[in-house]
Design a protein around this ligand. Structure first.
Ligand code: SAM
Ligand code: SF4
Ligand code: SF4
Length: 344
C-alpha cells in the first residue's frame, strides 16, 4: 500500500475533503441564502460557457484525490439542476485514493428533484445524500425556502433516497430564531427512529446578502436543550478528524442527531476542506472573498503534475480560520462569496 503524503497548510491542516459546486442556480430562494430581492429576475448567473465541464471537473478531482482527497461532496446552487449530473457522478465514482480505496462521494440537495433521480444517482455510484429541510409545517417551510414546493415532496425524496440505498440520509435544518425554531421538536419527533440523521445548522453569516444578525442564531447548546426537554440525549465522540457535526444519540436508542455549531463553537482547527466553484476557482474557506483560478490551466493543456503543484502551493499557503476570528473585525479583500455559488 502506498503511503499518502497529505498536503498541509500553514496551520498543519491536511487536505482531505473537496466540495464541488456544479452550478450557481437554484429553484429555491431560501431567505438565508438567496434572498429574492437580490437573486430576482435581473440577477445574472454564470453563463454556461464559463462552467467547468464534467471532464474538467473530473480531471481536477483526479489530481485532488491523488493529493490526499478522500471525500467529495457535490453541491451548488442546486446540484440536481445540472443536466446529466449522474454522468459526472459515474466518472467520479471510478476514482481511487493512492491506497486503492473508493472515495466517499456525496451530494447536498434541496430534495425537489431527488425523488425521481435517487435510483439513478445510486446506480451511478453516489454513496450517500444530504437533503435540506427547514420545517415540517408547510407555511414555515414556504417562508424559509420562498418556494411553492410542498414539504411532502421533500419528505418523499428523503424516503426514496433511503430506499435507493443512499444511506444514511442526512437531513439539514438551518435554524433561525423566531422563524423556524419552533420546528426543532417536530422535526426531531418526525426523524427519530427513521434511520435518517437530522442535523441542525446554526444560521451563519455566509455571503453578504442575507442580512445575517447574531440575534437570529439559535446555538447548538440551545438546540440540544430544547430536544432534551422531550428526548434525553447523550453525546457521542467525533467519529473522525474534520467531522463538522457534533453527534448526539437518543438515550432510548431511537438514533442519532448532529449539530453544526460553526458560529458558537467553530471548528477551523480541523478544517480539511477545499472548495471548487462552478467556473473553476479554488476557495479555501466558506467565508473567503478571493478564489484561485484553475480553469485557465485546465483549458490550456497543463499537465496533471502542474495542476498538482498549483494545488500544493495554494493549499500550502492557507491560513484561513474565519469562524475562529468572527467579530474581530478582520480586514477583508472584498465581498464574501455567496453560499449559493460555492455550496455548503
Ligand atoms: N441547494 C442545496 C441545498 O440546499 O441542500 C445545496 C446547496 S446549499 C447552499 C447547502 C447547505 O447550505 C444547505 O443545507 C443550506 O441549508 C445551507 N445554508 C445555506 N445558507 C446558509 C446559512 N446562511 N447558514 C447556514 N446554512 C446555510
Ligand atoms: Fe438553493 Fe440550497 Fe441556497 Fe436554498 S440553501 S437557496 S436550496 S442553494
Ligand atoms: Fe473552514 Fe473557513 Fe469554516 Fe473555518 S470558517 S471551518 S476555515 S471553511
Amino acid at each position: 500500500m502506498s503511503k499518502v503524503i497529505y498536503f498541509r497548510d500553514q496551520l498543519k491542516r491536511p487536505l482531505r475533503d473537496l466540495r464541488i459546486s456544479v452550478t450557481d442556480r437554484c429553484n429555491f430562494r431560501c431567505t438565508y441564502c438567496m434572498p429574492r430581492e437580490i437573486f430576482g429576475p435581473d440577477h445574472v448567473f454564470l453563463p454556461r460557457s464559463s462552467l467547468l465541464t464534467f471532464d474538467e471537473i473530473f480531471r481536477f478531482a483526479k489530481v485532488a484525490v491523488s493529493s490526499g482527497i478522500e471525500k467529495i461532496r457535490l453541491t451548488g446552487g442546486e446540484p440536481l439542476l445540472r443536466k446529466d449530473i449522474e454522468h459526472l457522478i459515474a466518472k467520479l465514482a471510478t476514482l481511487r485514493t493512492p491506497a486503492g480505496n473508493k472515495i466517499d462521494l456525496t451530494l447536498t440537495t434541496n430534495g425537489t428533484l431527488l425523488g425521481k433521480k435517487a435510483a439513478a444517482l445510486k446506480e451511478a455510484g453516489l454513496t450517500r445524500v444530504t437533503v435540506s429541510l427547514d420545517a415540517l409545517n408547510q407555511d414555515i417551510f414556504a417562508q424559509m425556502s420562498d418556494s411553492r414546493v410542498s414539504v411532502e415532496t421533500v419528505l418523499d425524496s428523503i424516503n426514496q433516497a433511503g430506499e435507493a440505498g443512499l444511506k444514511p440520509v442526512k437531513v439539514n435544518m438551518v435554524v433561525r430564531k423566531g422563524i423556524n425554531d419552533h420546528q426543532i421538536l417536530p422535526m426531531a419527533r418526525h426523524f427519530r427512529g427513521s434511520g435518517h440523521i437530522l442535523r441542525f445548522i446554526e444560521y451563519m453569516d455566509v455571503g453578504d446578502t442575507n442580512g445575517w444578525n447574531m440575534q437570529e442564531v439559535v446555538t447548538g447548546k440551545e438546540i440540544i436543550d430544547i430536544i432534551s426537554t422531550e428526548f434525553p440525549l447523550k453525546s457521542r465522540e467525533a467519529e473522525h478528524h474534520g467531522q463538522v457535526a457534533k453527534s448526539w444519540e437518543y438515550k432510548d436508542g431511537a438514533g442519532e442527531i448532529g449539530v453544526i455549531t460553526s458560529v458558537s463553537q467553530p471548528f477551523c482547527g480541523d478544517c480539511t476542506r477545499l472548495r471548487l466553484s462552478p467556473e473553476g476557482k479554488m476557495f479555501l474557506c466558506l467565508f473567503a472573498s478571493k478564489g484561485f483560478d484553475i480553469r485557465a490551466m485546465l483549458r490550456s493543456g497543463a499537465s496533471d503534475q502542474e495542476i498538482q503543484s498549483r494545488l500544493a502551493s495554494v493549499w500550502g499557503a492557507r491560513t484561513d480560520q474565519y469562524s475562529e476570528q468572527r467579530g474581530a473585525n478582520m480586514p477583508t479583500d472584498g465581498p464574501k462569496i455567496e453560499m449559493s455559488y460555492i455550496g455548503g
